[in-house]
Design a protein around this ligand. Structure first.
Ligand SMILES: [Zn+2]
Length: 88
């Protein structure tokens, strides 16, 4: 599948994924909050933190704080490279 990956805020090509690791105790996956270009990353990351803090979890579920990952087409979510220097 070949679909354009664009920033949620401005429709430029997305370079980053803002996502938090979610688990129900058995499976783990990344819950995506935003795809972002570099220019919008700080704003999208701030929004993701607000959304994550409001998220209600079922018993047994865990949701980590949002992280910034470098987008890489074709790479599975849990193998994306984290960019901790951008998580500000
Ligand atoms: Zn943007």
């Amino acid at each position: 599948m070949n679909y354009p990956i664009i920033c949620y805020s401005c429709a430029s090509p997305a370079e980053y994924k803002v996502a938090a690791e979610w688990s129900d105790g058995q499976t783990r996956e990344l819950k995506t909050y935003a795809l972002s270009c570099g220019a919008c990353l700080a704003a999208n990351f701030a929004k993701a933190k607000v959304k994550q803090a409001r998220c209600r979890l079922l018993p047994g579920e865990t949701l980590n704080v949002p992280r910034v990952f470098a987008m890489c087409r074709g790479t599975r979510d849990l193998k994306l490279e984290r960019k901790p220097e951008l998580e500000v």
